[in-house]
Design a protein. Structure first.
Length: 55
């Protein structure tokens, strides 16, 4: 689990092949391997199951 205030990075492609690069900041640990985070840019194209990297 990431710490609060850590940056999470999602780097992938959406269904049309366009690149997605979103950085989020962890705000709350919810339990059951879930966090609440705030995105620092648009979240267009994000889907469940995408790989997230804790920095």
């Amino acid at each position: 689990m990431p710490n609060i205030y850590n940056a999470l990075v999602v780097t992938s492609q959406d269904t049309t092949g366009q690149p997605i690069n979103v950085t989020c900041e962890v705000q709350q640990l919810l339990g059951n391997n879930r966090v609440r985070a705030v995105a620092m840019s648009a979240t267009d194209g994000l889907m469940r199951g995408m790989e997230v990297i804790d920095t």
